[in-house]
Structure formats: C-alpha cells, structure tokens
Design a binder for this molecule. Structure first.
Ligand code: R1P
Ligand code: URA
Length: 308
C-alpha cells in the first residue's frame, strides 16, 4: 500500500485520497485500462466485463468503471475530449496506481487514408497538430513558424501492446477492416483538422496536403492520442529510475471519411463498439496476462474477487 498521501497545491487530493479531477484513489483503478472519450461508449463496453466492481462519475466529467475480465482487474475510463482531459487522466491515474500501466485508447477519428467508416485504424505513432495563434495576428507574427499550423514530431505507440490490439482486432472484425498508420492529434475538431467554413478565418485549405507531405503514413485525425503517447514516452518508474512505466496503444473507429465526405450513423457506430469491445479487453490480457506483483490486492475493489 502507498505511504500516506498528503494533499498539496502540487497534488490536490480529497480527504479520502481521491485525485482532484478524475476522483479515483488507490485500489480503484486497475493496471490495465481502456480509455474512451464518450461515457456512453464506456458503459457499453462495461457490459463485456465478467463483473463490475466499481463505478464513479467525477464532477469534471470523468467516468471510471473497474471490473473483472477473464479473472483479471481491468478499468475503463471515459475522459471526454481533448489534450487536457487526456493529461488529467494519465497524470492523476498514475498518482493512484502502482506498477506498470497498460493503456489502450479506443476512440473515434476521421480517416484521411483508405479506411472507410466502420473500419478501425491502429496507431503506429501519433503526432500533434497545433494552431499557430501568432500566424493569425494582424500583422502576423511568425517567430514560431510561418505556417498557420504546427506539426509536432511523432511519439511511438508501444509495439508489444499495439501488436496485441492489432491481432485481437483482426480476429474480431476481420483484418481487412483493420488499418495501421500514424495519427494526427489536433487541438480542434474543426480548424486544425482541416474542416473549412466561413464563420472563422482558419487558413487551413492546404492543411491536409501539408500533413500528408510531412507524414506520408498519416491515416487518421483525432484529438488525444499524441498526448497519451507523449506522456507514456516521458513516464518514469516508481522511484524515478525506470523510464516508461506507462505503455500505450490506440485503436480508432473511423466515424468520418474525410476523402469520401461521409459520417457514420449512430446505429453503425454502436455495432462497431460491440464488435471491438472483447478484442480490446483481450489485448490488455494478452499484453499483461498475470496479476503477479501488481498493485495491491489488499484494500482494492478487486481484492475479494482475486482471493476466490
Ligand atoms: C471528437 O468528436 C472526439 O472524438 C474523438 C476525438 O479524439 C474527440 O475526442 O475521440 P473520442 O470518440 O474517443 O472522443
Ligand atoms: N473525431 C475527430 O476528432 N475527428 C473526426 O473527424 C471524427 C472523430
């Protein structure tokens, strides 16, 4: 068990030891995690757990569900949308779980490659796409870049976890529906994903072409994966002496076909979630098949289950 946790400005915790935004504490979150954007997706996926042991909705919109899948503790965390929510989730979850964390993001995306709506894209790496605010000043100020959007260098997905996700996903929905590629993590659904309109000046008419020039393997656009992979890349061990205590992968359902200009129906997206749920849990179990040495059975919501 962890030593007594103190609340501070650096690390605000409730009297019960819950983190400030996600509102979980030691023993409530498993080392194997599926993270999604939409809480409804999290609830749909929780039906595939053998047993649900814990559920909490935080005042900031995070939903954590922990249960048992094939005899092992697994959590599903719905985080909402965007880079900051991923940052809150990864950092605050790291605060309350000891040992290695395997995190698979199961999100939605727009395809800028061959994948069509209903297909799944597994991320090889993820890069950031940020709006260059200074470019839009009058007169424009180009001290960071003379382009309206900044493309950050890619962070890799964990190769072992990604192989597990790809293989389980292929078994479940057919390998012809599983694509692999680099994912662009934009800071907006609109401007920095190259969606055009007349309400705002976004300077993004050539953005998709620029993305393909810089990242020829770019296949998907979404809003969280680069932050997840980046934090995994800079994660440190329990005593700050073992790098990369977090390993991460990402599977994205194609909701928008940006080439064919179509969007998935709610019925079809529900079907895709149902078809992928088991594959995602199975990939976490294949990646981390035993509970030996993992963070505490004692005092955790799964303690009694594992003792059976
Ligand atoms: C935008 O509609 C949201 O969908 C994608 C984007 O990353 C963004 O969060 O992912 P989720 O479906 O997981 O939320
Ligand atoms: N999510 C995104 O961020 N972009 C899309 O086009 C679809 C889902």
């Amino acid at each position: 068990m962890p030593t007594e946790q103190m609340s501070s400005a650096n690390k605000p915790l409730s009297a019960e030891g819950r983190t400030y935004h996600v509102e979980t504490k030691y023993g409530e979150v498993a080392n194997r995690i599926i993270t999604v954007g939409d809480p409804q997706r999290a609830r749909m996926m929780s039906k595939f757990l053998d047993k649900v042991l814990f559920e909490r909705s935080s005042h900031r919109g995070f939903l954590t569900i922990t249960g048992i899948y094939r005899g092992l503790p697994v959590s599903i965390v719905a985080i909402g949308m965007g880079l900051s929510m991923m940052d809150f989730f990864v950092r605050e979850t790291r605060m309350v779980v000891d040992g290695p964390l395997s995190i698979v993001r199961f999100g939605s995306c727009g395809s800028i490659g061959e994948a069509k709506t209903g297909d799944v894209i597994v991320a090889r790496s993820a890069f950031g796409i940020s709006r260059n605010f200074d470019y839009f000043r009058t007169p424009s100020d180009t001290h960071i870049s003379d382009k309206p959007y900044i493309l950050w260098r890619a962070s890799p997905a964990d190769s072992q976890l990604t192989e597990c996700v790809k293989s389980e996903m292929g078994k479940s929905i057919g390998s012809e529906h599983v694509f692999e590629g680099d994912v662009g993590n934009a800071d907006s659904f609109y401007g920095s994903q190259g969606r055009t309109g007349t309400d705002f000046y976004d300077g993004n008419e050539h953005l998709l072409r620029y993305i393909h020039e810089v990242y020829p393997g770019a296949t998907a656009l979404e809003m969280e994966s680069h932050m997840l992979f980046h934090l995994a890349e800079v994660s440190t061990g329990a005593n700050n002496d073992q790098p990369k205590s977090i390993r991460a992968a990402c599977a994205l359902m194609v909701f928008a076909d940006r080439t064919g200009n179509s969007f998935i129906s709610p019925q079809r997206s529900a079907q895709v979630i149902e078809s992928c749920a088991r594959a995602l849990f199975d990939s976490l179990v294949a990646d981390m098949p035993s509970q030996e040495g993992l963070h505490p059975a004692e005092g955790s919501v799964w303690a009694n289950e594992l003792a059976k």
